[in-house]
Design a protein around this ligand. Structure first.
Ligand SMILES: *Cc1c(COP(=O)(O)O)cnc(C)c1O
Length: 390
């Protein structure tokens, strides 16, 4: 291979980031401490949310969010089949049942019309969901106004899985502000928009949910006399008042996140620039390009195309294999969750969500990350063009 491989996503770490982490490593505090708190305030400040609860992953934050909303056995959680498995698994962690709502074939997010008709049926059968997890696939915000209106009509709670959408906006509101949802979760995994190595956060405007997520983040143990059922025995005193977990973020991770947050808008702008450039360069190819909604600002986490298989002689798989051979790190986000072996054991089967399954046979994520050069992007475009005409 003549050139270095181009990954589908890559973090960008500067000398400032390293210095920020190093400063914490040389301080007295490594685990969750003052820097985690500063990071929570910085993220919730950026998003105009009341409270932020940082965690060791978005998966943990989704679990805490479900627990705060009192999801439990006998309840239903609904989400999109085109997402990472964690958006659905959080319901199972709580003992709830999981179901899916098919995607909108234009933006590949959970379809509000499909949601409405499924809600109508569920109401008749007395099995309305308690929680709907709206996933902003690729960083493109879901139609939150429509989903929010349905939540008022049918009485469910909304968690935004905004793992892809740190820095995205809906109608000039930052995703995470909670205007259209109850709790929003971000991921800081290295392929996402900004990183803490591993990490996540849950944002909410509800102080009770924030308090409960904080409690469960750390074993259900509290030192706050207001949360105890008796007066403290002494200054050493703590109480376990619930069954929690160890979902804490470390202070050095938070230091990395704080430092990265300063470049968030820069990262998103470069991602948008590259996405627009892809759309220009690919316009004449037999692929369906992502559509950008003018009412929202996408964080452009992924650039997903769909192959127009009736226009080409080569298979989806062969295009993938050829690009990977050429060192182009194409990827597929995602295999429909309901077709995973674990979910099939719950009775899901191919054919259940046809739009999601059709999407899966055509979709491809092209490399996209803020440090990508125009030259690298040109290489992706040339290789794709060749692969489509094999
Ligand atoms: C990455 C991701 C998660 C999980 O994030 P972690 O921080 O790795 O736990 C959840 N949902 C979606 C949509 C994701 O992309």
């Amino acid at each position: 291979m003549k050139f270095a491989p181009i990954p589908y996503g890559r973090q960008e770490i500067t000398a400032d980031d390293i210095e920020a982490v190093q400063a914490v490593l040389q301080s007295d505090f490594l685990t969750q401490g003052p820097v985690v708190e500063a990071f929570e305030q910085a993220i919730s400040g950026y998003c105009r949310a009341g409270y932020g609860v940082a965690t060791n992953s978005a998966t943990s934050a989704l679990h805490l969010a479900c627990l705060a909303l009192e999801l439990g056995p006998g309840d239903w959680l609904w989400t999109s089949p085109i997402t990472f498995v964690a958006s659905a698994n959080c319901g199972l962690y709580c003992g709830a049942k999981v179901d899916f709502v098919d995607i909108n074939p234009q933006n590949y997010n959970l379809c509000p019309q499909a949601l409405e008709s499924k809600l109508k049926d569920a109401k008749q059968q007395g099995r309305l969901p308690k929680v709907v997890v709206a996933v902003h696939l690729a960083g493109h915000p879901c139609d939150m106004r429509a989903i929010h209106a349905l939540s008022e009509q049918y009485g469910f709670r909304i968690i935004e899985d905004a793992s892809h959408a740190v820095g995205a906006y809906v109608l000039n509101e930052p995703v995470g502000s909670g205007r259209f949802s109850d709790i929003t979760v971000f991921s800081f995994h290295p392929v996402k928009i900004i990183t803490t190595g591993e990490g996540g956060i849950a944002l909410t405007n509800n102080p009770d949910w924030a308090r409960r997520m904080r409690l469960l983040r750390s074993h259900g143990v509290t030192r706050d006399p207001d949360c105890m059922d008796q007066a403290p025995d002494g200054p050493w005193y703590y109480q376990q008042v619930d069954l929690g977990f160890n979902y804490r973020m470390t202070d050095f991770q938070a230091a990395l996140g704080l430092s990265q947050l300063q470049r968030l808008d820069e990262f998103v702008s470069r991602r948008q620039e590259l996405a627009k450039r892809y759309s220009r360069l690919l316009a004449h190819l037999p692929v369906t390009l992502p559509q950008f909604n003018p009412e929202t600002r996408s964080a452009c986490h992924l650039y997903i195309i769909r192959l127009q298989l009736d226009q080409i002689l080569v298979s989806h798989r062969a295009v993938f294999e050829e690009l990977r051979t050429q060192g182009i790190g194409v990827n597929l986000h995602y295999i429909p969750v309901h077709t995973q072996p674990y979910y099939r054991t719950m009775g899901f089967a191919p054919g259940d969500f046809p739009q999601a399954e059709k999407y899966y046979t055509e979709a491809m994520s092209l490399p996209l990350f803020p440090g990508m050069s125009d030259q690298q992007q040109d290489r992706v475009v040339t290789a794709l063009q060749k692969a489509l005409t094999l």
